[in-house]
Design a protein around this ligand. Structure first.
Ligand code: HEC
Length: 110
């Protein structure tokens, strides 16, 4: 039983690690060249909307409800959600997109 609990704790990254991993993904994919993103130095782009209040937004890109799943779905494949979206498909895996969705839902609320 104890071994199972330890394994579960190892599988889920601590919040600080998850944030660090999200920031690394944001840097690697250049999200900050187009977006203002809280907690990410240099993320001050204005091509896309600022992502500083995603927790309070009702819709993602104005088209689907802003749930964790909806946000991750848009980040992973914007044109699947809205074929006319100008947001590029950056080739993120579903896991990476979900990690960014968790980060963005927490960012700006600090
Ligand atoms: C080349 C510029 C560009 C890059 C790079 C880019 N985006 Fe976007 N993004 C946009 C544009 C333009 C929109 C608005 C499109 C729309 O609403 O359909 C957008 C919309 C969004 C939205 C919806 C915002 C809202 O107000 O609903 C999210 C979330 C988002 N982007 C996240 C990301 C993430 C995460 C990355 C990096 C993995 C990224 N973007 C990289 C241009 C970009």
């Amino acid at each position: 039983m104890r071994a199972v609990l330890i394994l579960a704790a190892l599988a889920a990254p601590a919040p600080a690690d998850a944030e660090e991993a999200a920031r690394a993904l944001i840097a690697r994919h250049g999200c900050g060249t187009c977006h203002v993103i809280p907690g990410v130095p240099g993320a001050d782009g204005r091509t896309g909307p600022p992502l500083d209040a995603m927790a309070r937004q009702v819709y993602v890109a104005g088209v689907i409800p802003n749930t964790l799943e909806g946000l991750a779905r848009f980040i992973a494949d914007p044109q699947e959600v809205d074929p006319l979206s100008a947001m590029p498909d950056l080739g993120l895996s579903p896991e990476e997109a979900r990690r960014l969705a968790v980060y963005l839902h927490a960012a700006g609320e600090r």
